[in-house]
Design a binder for this molecule. Structure first.
Ligand code: SAH
Ligand code: SF4
Ligand code: F3S
Length: 459
């Protein structure tokens, strides 16, 4: 559950447990160990975790050896209280306890016990050998480059449940990416709650310098990163969009609100104008850059006027897409104690208005792409597989600007029948939908890292 950093941790957990003899199963009934990696960013996420745990009692009755572990941000927040509330749980491990997970599981395999490990540390635990989180057939992978957050936005639990910001050593990050490249990974997304402040506190290299180093890794063809805090978006990083040819033309730059009054109460440390200036610089360096954002509607004290300013900002920036959330009170964060809470119906109404506006903007962006040719990194066959007799298969991939593109192509083609997964394909965009695009392949990279000369050309 939760953000990409949780996804990355879950992959690491799966990789760490392999040497202990565990492998993944798609059926709950078959599992000897169930690990729930939780999120507590909004109340709903926390409720989802508890309701999932509530459903595990039945499985434990059937299999008394089943071990149930709860990790991640709810574990860090609720600690031993989880054991009281959920009798089914054997292990609670916090966000800094990942490196000790295997020894806890080993203990529980042999002893009838319950364990809580929510100790936080000041340093990043690096395994001696980097953990390969990729699976066969994967084209892209996440790499977490820093943990925690020091920003203390007044609505947010992350600094409390993930601890202080700590960056990983650049050499360790590069070593891990080279290993992933060896496992046929072609696209890397660098992760952190605020990647723009990477390395500053510990005087490592800057985030832009790190990107330059990843750009030099031969088998990696695409680099993405998330999330960027606008206050720390440096000119050096903006310039990297013009200098690093593998850096994708997309930035996720959460604005949260369009009114200076609300931004101040959120403790975001930038103004609306400063944000717009940075967006304009990005567009000047990289004219086709896609910009996406997170927005909270109904922050305590947000007036209709404030909200209109958010709508106005959305139009001014012209976002490619948005994640919008209704404000949710979280334990121990300052905003929970703020007065003038916005009512639930009002929050829902504002969210609806905002999403309607964004849908219109997204569809227009997609329609403007019809007729252009886009380079796609193919991720595999699309889920909506065609059952046709012409051996045409539907493939899916993304543009540099992170838009999903589907197209049809035979699975066996002259090129040794090698599948398209992991290849760069130029696709002419024919149709625009609200969440994806449809196109026709015009130029296919003939093999991994091919010499351009042998490429397939469609008639
Ligand atoms: N570090 C990232 C955000 C991580 S949390 C950043 O600063 O941009 C992901 C998103 O969840 C946030 O951007 C915010 O929009 C939303 N969010 C965080 N706390 C929230 C809360 N209490 N209620 C509603 N949305 C929240
Ligand atoms: Fe939360 Fe703010 Fe840190 Fe993002 S920058 S994780 S919103 S405190
Ligand atoms: Fe959720 Fe924790 Fe990520 S609260 S958003 S899983 S850092």
């Amino acid at each position: 559950m939760g953000c990409q950093m949780n996804v990355y941790d879950s992959y690491r957990i799966a990789a760490m447990l392999k040497p202990m003899g565990y492998s993944e199963t798609s059926s709950w009934e078959n599992a000897d160990l169930i690990i729930l990696n939780t999120c507590t960013i909004r109340q709903k996420a926390e409720q989802k975790a508890f309701s999932f745990l509530g459903r595990l009692g039945k499985l434990k009755k059937k299999n008394s050896n089943l071990i149930v572990a709860v990790g991640g941000c709810v574990a860090q927040q609720e600690k031993e209280q989880i054991l009281d509330r959920m009798p089914v749980v054997d292990l609670v491990f916090g966000t800094h306890a990942l490196s000790r997970l295997c020894e806890h599981v080993y203990h529980l395999e042999t002893c009838d016990d319950r364990i809580v490990d929510v100790t936080m540390s000041e340093s990043v635990h690096e395994p001696d050998i980097p953990v390969d989180v990729s699976k066969p057939g994967d084209v892209k992978a996440f790499v977490t480059i820093m943990q925690g957050c020091d920003n203390f936005c007044t609505y947010c639990v992350v600094p409390y449940v993930r601890g202080r910001e700590i960056s990983r050593q650049p050499d360790k990050i590069i070593e891990e990416i080279k290993m992933l490249a060896n496992s046929n990974i072609r696209e890397i997304t660098l992760l952190g709650q605020n990647v723009n402040s990477y390395g500053i506190k510990q005087k490592l290299c800057s985030f832009a310098e790190l990107i330059h180093r990843v750009n030099d890794i031969e088998d990696i063809v695409r680099i993405r990163f998330t999330t960027s805090h606008p206050k720390d978006l440096s000119d050096e990083l903006i310039d990297a969009f013009g200098q690093c040819h593998k850096l994708c033309h997309h930035i996720h730059l959460p604005v949260q609100a369009g009114s200076d009054r609300v931004l101040k109460r959120m403790n975001r440390k930038y103004s609306r104008d400063e944000y717009i200036r940075k967006v304009n610089r990005l567009k000047a360096v990289c004219p086709d850059i896609a910009i996406t954002s997170d927005i909270i509607v109904g922050f305590p004290g947000e007036t209709k006027q404030d909200f209109i300013q958010t709508l106005d900002l959305i139009e001014k920036v012209g976002y490619d897409s948005l994640y919008a959330f209704k404000y949710s009170d979280r334990p121990n964060v300052p905003a929970t104690r703020f007065s003038n809470k916005v009512s639930e119906p009002e929050k829902s109404e504002r969210l609806k208005q905002l999403l309607t506006l964004q849908e219109k903007l997204t569809l227009k962006k997609h329609k403007d792409m019809v007729g252009t040719t886009e380079q796609i990194l193919v991720e595999g066959l699309s889920k909506k597989q065609a059952s046709d007799s012409h051996k045409q298969y539907h493939w899916t991939g993304r543009t540099s600007t992170n838009k999903a593109v589907n197209f049809s192509f035979p699975i066996h083609h002259k090129d040794n029948g090698a599948p398209l997964t992991g290849r760069l394909v130029n696709v002419k965009i024919i149709k625009a939908f609200s969440h994806s695009l449809w196109g026709k392949p015009v130029d296919i990279e003939s093999e991994r890292m091919s010499s351009k000369g042998d490429n397939y050309h469609a008639a």
